[in-house]
Design a protein around this ligand. Structure first.
Ligand SMILES: Nc1ncnc2c1ncn2[C@@H]1O[C@H](COP(=O)(O)OP(=O)(O)OP(=O)(O)O)[C@@H](O)[C@H]1O
Ligand SMILES: [Mg+2]
Length: 254
């Protein structure tokens, strides 16, 4: 994907001067970032940099020490997870867990609880069209899906809630490159249809290929940000990730 010259004008998500602490230990130190309407934004950074913490703070899953989050003009700085979902932010958690003892379809129906009227099959049909591998297995118990299929089900569970912003926290976790490509392709497709994407990923090359814009997080701060093409140039990312994660160097094995 070629880099755009300008970010879209409309700011969808604005995180400003965010501080987050676990107990007394502050792990996010005044971080600011944006997702603009229609954008696919990636957040890169080493293990422990604070990426998931920032996503959880956006979703209301961890309290903010200070700072603000606004979304589509709404102040979500003190919002609960339910309020952020209702505002249109859906986060697929790291690890992509699904309900093992429920069928594929029941897992999907759970994903609609907050935002869809009961008995509305149109959302199911839309998601099955997007993920034919799930349509084929709709009555199968989730525990009998492969790891990759479960990961795809978790993404589908996020999509069916019809968010305005979909947050994907390391969809690659432990998966074969072909499954990651599938998830990132679907994310790009969703983005092209108007959904904004905020992706946390350590597979730098793959992520930058799909994203429009990227942020690099180092120890709870934004160390760099740029259009994805520019962010991948030079040796900055290599320096940051050098020896940092086994996933790096993915292209050799993909
Ligand atoms: N529930 C928690 N309680 C205490 N400390 C935590 C908790 N969750 C995360 N941390 C700490 O906060 C820091 C940031 O963690 P976080 O999970 O946000 O990093 P990350 O960038 O998502 O890492 P990874 O790439 O490994 O998922 C780390 O030092 C971590 O040990
Ligand atoms: Mg994380």
């Amino acid at each position: 994907m070629t880099a755009q010259r300008q970010r879209p004008p409309e700011v969808l998500l604005q995180v400003s001067d965010l501080h987050v602490a676990y107990g007394k230990a502050e792990v996010v130190h005044g971080l600011s970032m944006q997702v603009r309407a229609g954008e696919f934004v990636v957040v890169l950074g080493r293990n422990g940099a604070g990426k998931s913490t920032v996503m959880h703070a956006i979703s209301g899953l961890v309290p903010k020490r200070s700072g603000t989050v606004t979304f589509a003009g709404q102040d979500l700085s003190a919002a609960s997870p339910r309020e952020t979902v209702l505002a249109g932010i859906v986060q697929v958690l790291e690890g992509h867990r699904v309900f093992q003892t429920l069928s594929v379809e029941d897992n999907l129906l759970i994903g609609t609880y907050a935002r869809a009227p009961r008995g509305d099959r149109s959302k199911l049909d839309r998601v099955y069209a997007l993920f034919p591998e799930l349509a084929e297995r709709r009555q199968q118990m989730a525990s009998r899906l492969s790891g990759g299929q479960q990961q795809i089900l978790a993404v589908a569970q996020g999509v069916i809630g019809d968010p305005k912003l979909l947050i994907l926290d390391e969809p690659s976790g432990g998966l074969a490159p072909i499954v990651i490509d599938r998830i990132l392709d679907v994310a790009s497709q969703l983005c092209a249809s108007g959904l904004a994407i905020l992706l946390v990923e350590q597979l730098v090359e793959k992520a930058l290929r799909h994203a429009h814009y990227g942020y690099l997080v180092e120890t709870g701060r934004i160390a760099a940000e740029d259009f994805s093409g520019a962010l991948g140039e030079g040796d900055l990312l290599q320096r940051v990730f050098l020896g940092g994660h086994a996933h790096h160097g993915e292209e050799a094995t993909a």
